[in-house]
Design a protein around this ligand. Structure first.
Ligand SMILES: *[C@@H]1O[C@H](CO)[C@@H](O)[C@H](O)[C@H]1NC(C)=O
Ligand SMILES: *[C@@H]1O[C@H](CO)[C@@H](O)[C@H](O)[C@H]1NC(C)=O
Ligand SMILES: *[C@@H]1O[C@H](CO)[C@@H](O)[C@H](O)[C@H]1NC(C)=O
Length: 453
């Protein structure tokens, strides 16, 4: 969305002098409120500098979020550090739908939380940057993860610092960052709002009928909004060469109560934002059949938990492991559980039962989970993985759990061991530009149509 749209929604034209004018008016108000501000804002303040800086998109959002008073109070009490996304991050790079959500007056809280999550209640200029990774409280309930890469590149959550100490003032500092940091609660508010809109748009209909002979729905009758589907998920899976035998296609229509496609898009988006899961996101974007299939299942009311291997895990996959036709899909289907599980539910289960096996979309293989080191460990032997980034995305239908390994069914591990020619070298592959899995898949059988061009 351009600045033009912005203005037309709010009828505000963004001009620096207006900004300053507003800012100097505010202290007058603050005395009628019960403000803790001890002094008038200084023209040398970091807040004045922000509103006058080249971070015009951020400055505009801060105003729209009605946060000036609160920030003024904050700098009255302590120094602050602002991580300012560059303009491009709030213009071109931001999902227009997400931006629209942020600007709706009823979502003011989300916008405020989002912005306050970019500000620390203390001054951390670059010469005070923590030597070790540090989780720091922000002015919202969220924490930011400050770190330095081995290359020296500094990061805050998934965003790189582009301009350290871009603005320095006696009461604070602004660092320019590459992208907006979206706190989980805000992402969840957004997802929830969308799903609510999708569900409430659906009219109630009669119960569906299953034909006992074909084991399919008699007619494309959607289940009531929110109700679980009638058929087991395996009946709903599209028949394909790589999946267990499925019955002939039935009359079930593609669109039901949930906008599964959008939810899948959301979670891929979340994965990309989260950082460290680009390979997985890449596969989902490019293996369109897989993403489409997941979207369809969710649309029909099924729920899914995706165990997403992180980039480091994906980089360890060998060409050997990908050499069979359809291997990328096979691997992916083995990482999808047809249940809705969160970190808490899985952890509680393994704590209570020791070992728990979950069905996967790759019949008949199951994935084993057990408690280990206070976390959940999946798989066995060579291919085991820990729950590494819990609850990356949870919207009630799709749950995404980050894991630190790629899982292989034990039966196949055995097979591989016996026929393996070269040892399973864990290659420390250089970070591939394009998803390695995709690259191999495309070079081997170029069967993904436009995806592999
Ligand atoms: C300011 O707040 C305190 C408690 O938070 C209250 O006791 C006091 O009456 C308030 N003063 C004004 C002027 O509202
Ligand atoms: C901000 O930090 C400076 C030192 O860098 C200090 O002199 C000043 O008192 C601090 N301001 C507040 C409001 O704590
Ligand atoms: C998907 O494939 C295209 C080329 O076919 C490539 O440009 C792109 O980087 C790949 N990944 C993503 C996430 O789009």
């Amino acid at each position: 969305m351009s600045a033009m749209d912005f203005s037309s929604i709010y009828g505000v034209s963004h001009k620096p002098f207006l900004t300053l004018f507003l800012l100097f008016l505010l202290p007058l108000h603050s005395h009628s409120h019960n403000s803790t501000t001890s002094a008038q804002i200084n023209s040398n303040s970091i807040l004045v500098a922000l509103l006058d800086s080249h971070y015009t998109e951020l400055a505009e959002l801060v105003e729209k979020a009605l946060l000036l008073q609160q920030l003024e109070d904050a700098v009255g009490n302590h120094n602050i550090t602002i991580f300012a996304p560059r303009n491009q991050a709030l213009e071109r790079d931001l999902d227009p739908e997400f931006k629209r959500f942020l600007l709706e007056p009823r979502n003011l809280r989300s916008l405020q939380t989002l912005l306050m999550s970019h500000i620390l209640p203390t001054r951390i200029a670059s010469h005070h940057w923590p030597a070790a990774d540090l989780l720091h409280r922000t002015l919202s309930d969220h924490h930011l993860h400050l770190a330095s890469k081995p290359s020296g590149q500094r990061t805050v959550d998934s965003a790189e610092i582009l301009r350290a100490d871009d603005v320095l003032r006696p009461d604070g500092v602004i660092h320019g960052i590459e992208r907006l940091i979206v706190p989980r609660s805000v992402q969840e508010d957004f997802n929830r709002r969308r799903n609510l809109a999708a569900i409430s748009a659906v009219l109630p209909e009669g119960a569906p009928e299953v034909d006992p002979r074909t084991h399919r729905l008699k007619k494309p009758a959607p289940v009531p909004a929110g109700a679980p589907p009638v058929l087991p998920i395996y009946d709903a899976l599209a028949p394909g060469p790589f999946i267990a035998p499925a019955p002939a296609p039935g009359p079930g229509g593609p669109k039901h109560h949930f906008n599964g496609e959008r939810q899948v898009k959301d979670f891929i988006h979340t994965l990309l934002h989260y950082g460290g899961y680009n390979e997985m996101a890449d596969i989902l974007v490019n293996l369109t059949s897989l993403a489409t299939e997941m979207g369809r299942l969710v649309s029909e009311g099924y729920v899914l938990t995706v165990l997403a291997p992180n980039d480091e895990a994906m980089a360890k996959l060998t060409t050997d492991q990908l050499s069979e036709p359809g291997a990328p899909e096979q691997i992916m289907y083995y990482h999808i559980i047809p249940e809705y599980q969160t970190e808490e539910s899985m952890y509680n289960a393994v704590r209570r039962f020791g070992k728990v096996s979950y069905d996967t979309l790759r019949l008949p293989h199951k994935v084993l989970a057990q408690e280990s080191d206070g976390s959940v460990k999946f798989g066995h032997g060579d291919s085991s993985a820990y729950l590494f980034d819990p609850d990356i995305y949870t919207d009630g239908r799709i749950s995404v759990q980050g894991i630190d390994g790629v899982l292989i069914p034990p039966e196949e591990e055995e097979e591989e061991r016996t026929r393996r020619i070269s040892p399973l070298v864990k290659v420390a592959a250089p970070k591939p530009r394009r998803g390695k899995l995709m690259e191999v898949a495309c070079s081997m059988f170029g069967s993904f149509g436009q995806v592999c061009q």
